[in-house]
Design a protein around this ligand. Structure first.
Ligand code: FPP
Length: 275
């Protein structure tokens, strides 16, 4: 049986002298994004560029998943969410969906020990219990095996839709009311009813393949996320790209609807204008 032990923990992030080590050295470890979410896109184009079937792009994408998850844990990110299969992805050919599900099961079978060794707590989010029973049991096994891991939280979005998540949260709140628990209807209650309850909002949203869409991903949680887009197709995404995204994030000024400190200092209170 695979379980977390006190010995578990991620290894070093980069080989000394490597290009990744140079990038890693520039990262301010005190200002890491609390939650990084990634829309993994471009598998089909990656395969097409090589004259291969689309599913080969998904197969190659698994190596990028492996590298990204391990890198994020070694960087000591708190939360990582990968968008693996949306509610809308059921529109794809059956054979492609079947391949994606098999790749997921295969990934869990091969990587579970590595997740544990890196002290990673695995958590599917979405309507994943509606997937094929063989996928559900593989997911449950991974959840059970990593339940006591205390390092990075790794969410995988499966049969996921941001709108469905908000609908499910509303249903949960209505269920509470019906059961006599009269919770306040406010942002805090809604956030606590999402699949990501208790986790920080997304600080950094990464999308690969140069596309400029949010695609129904973590709609509530990305309200103030910084977005970093890269033309790199998902199967080519590696540790150095994650580090580049985090460096870009650390170079941004986050204002959350306010003004930056420099602008705030330069405002003369007597300059307020009556409406
Ligand atoms: C988007 O590329 C990618 C997906 C819909 C699936 C992502 C799946 C993987 C990375 C592999 C399996 C995952 C795990 C967790 C083991 P696309 O097919 O839309 O690419 P395109 O826009 O170029 O057609």
């Amino acid at each position: 049986m695979v379980t977390c032990t006190a010995m578990s923990g991620p290894g070093p992030l980069a080989e000394p002298g490597s290009p990744e080590a140079e990038l890693a050295a520039r990262i301010d470890r005190g200002r890491l994004p609390a939650h990084v979410a990634i829309i993994m896109d471009g598998n089909g184009r990656w395969a097409k560029q090589r004259g291969r079937p689309r599913v080969e792009g998904h197969r190659a994408g698994v190596a990028a998943v492996r590298d990204t998850v391990e890198s994020a844990a070694q960087l000591h990110l708190g939360h990582l969410t990968l968008y693996a299969f949306s509610v809308e992805n059921w529109k794809r050919p059956r054979a492609e969906v079947w391949t994606l599900m098999n790749l997921l099961k295969d990934y869990l079978r091969r990587e579970l020990q590595t997740l544990v060794d890196n002290d990673i707590r695995f958590e599917p989010i979405g309507r994943w219990r509606e997937l094929d029973p063989s996928v559900v049991s593989a997911l449950e096994r991974a959840v059970d095996a990593t339940r006591d891991c205390r390092g990075m939280r790794f969410n995988i979005a499966l049969n996921y839709s941001g709108r469905c998540e908000i609908v499910d949260a509303c249903r949960r709140i209505v269920g509470d009311w019906a059961a006599g628990r009269r919770v306040d209807i406010d942002e805090e209650t809604l956030a606590a009813s999402l699949y990501t309850a208790g986790q920080p909002e997304v600080d950094l949203l990464i999308r690969t393949s140069g596309e400029l869409r949010v695609s129904n991903f973590l709609l509530w949680q990305i309200a103030y996320a910084e977005i970093w887009l890269t033309p790199v197709l998902w199967p080519d995404f590696r540790r150095r790209h994650l580090l580049e995204g985090i460096l870009a994030f650390q170079g941004r000024e986050r204002r959350f609807g306010g003004v930056g400190p420099a602008a705030a200092e330069s405002i003369d209170p007597s300059s307020a204008v009556d409406a």
